[in-house]
Design a protein around this ligand. Structure first.
Ligand code: IPD
Ligand code: CA
Ligand code: CA
Ligand code: CA
Length: 268
């Protein structure tokens, strides 16, 4: 996509995201259907589904040659990232949406031949839109965000981390995680991967560490984080694959390597 196409797609996506947020806020106080998916704690509501359908329909009507990768199954089956792909999480933080009615986001990343060109994370209840185009910086609403500080050390960092990864679990050694927790200034767990990315982007947190996320959880966040000089890799330091699930270390570059080398021991 050229710069002009990118600008038009950016404006269009933004308009749909704000409209989708408006619809969610309007519907969320009426009764809605809640179902479970893979486990009793894996929730999906009809509002997640309706929101993804809203995006899929708009994208297909407006850009018939674009493809959609979405959590709730209304997108396309993708075997590659050729062309323009919209990677959509209609509600990231469904558990928060159901239980707390806050701390959830719409996440939309737009990739062109595998390169993240546009990233939006919309905190629906806070009405805060994190937005970025590759090479043009990251914005929180209309405020341009500063590059991440190079003056960060792990001992004075705040790290986003779900306590689950510090308990016995199949993916990572809990002792390394517990040492990380003891070393840092503090940990936080917001329950929305997209918002945790956004907080690293704006420098409220210095890293976000998690062992399993889907492409729609991270697609927008990676684009945004790049724009402030942050790094996202898998937990072994290798590149994230946007067609599979990944472990994720998204952080200020000053502490990225230390987290991986000293605190992450992946189980085979
Ligand atoms: C979930 C949230 C959560 C993360 C989970 C995700 P969902 O997304 O981002 O913070 O820990 O791994 O699946 O299902 O609410 O869109
Ligand atoms: Ca989900
Ligand atoms: Ca998600
Ligand atoms: Ca979701």
């Amino acid at each position: 996509m050229n710069d002009q196409q990118k600008q038009l797609i950016f404006e269009q996506a933004k308009q749909w995201i704000l409209e989708a947020g408006e619809r969610i806020r309007a519907k969320m106080h009426e009764p809605f259907v809640i179902e479970t998916k893979s486990t009793p704690d894996d929730l999906v509501t009809e509002i997640d589904q309706n929101t993804e359908q809203f995006f899929a329909k708009k994208i297909r009507e407006t850009y018939p040659d674009h493809r959609v990768l979405g959590e709730e199954g209304f997108g396309d089956e993708l075997a590659d990232l050729n062309g323009t792909v919209w990677i959509v999480d209609p509600i990231d933080g469904t558990m928060n949406f159901v239980h707390q009615k806050q701390n959830f986001a719409i996440s939309v990343g737009i990739y062109s031949d595998g390169i993240g060109e546009i990233g939006f994370i919309y905190d629906v209840m806070g009405d805060v839109l994190y937005q970025s185009k590759r090479g043009e910086g990251a914005y929180k609403n209309d405020q341009k965000l500063s590059p991440l500080s190079s003056d960060v050390v792990l001992e004075r960092s705040i790290v986003g981390l779900n306590a689950f990864w510090a308990t016995e679990n199949p993916r990572v050694d809990k002792n390394g995680m517990q040492e990380l927790i003891r070393k840092v200034r503090g940990t936080r767990s917001y329950g929305s991967a997209a918002l945790e990315f956004a907080y690293v982007v704006e420098g409220n947190m210095d890293a976000y560490v998690t062992m399993r996320l889907a492409p729609w959880d991270v697609a927008a966040g990676i684009v945004l984080l790049n724009e402030v000089g942050g790094i996202t890799t898998k937990a072994d330091g290798t590149e994230v694959n946007m067609l599979t699930t990944n472990s994720i270390i998204a952080s200020n570059p000053a502490i990225h390597r230390e987290i991986i080398d000293k605190h992450i021991e992946l189980k085979k």
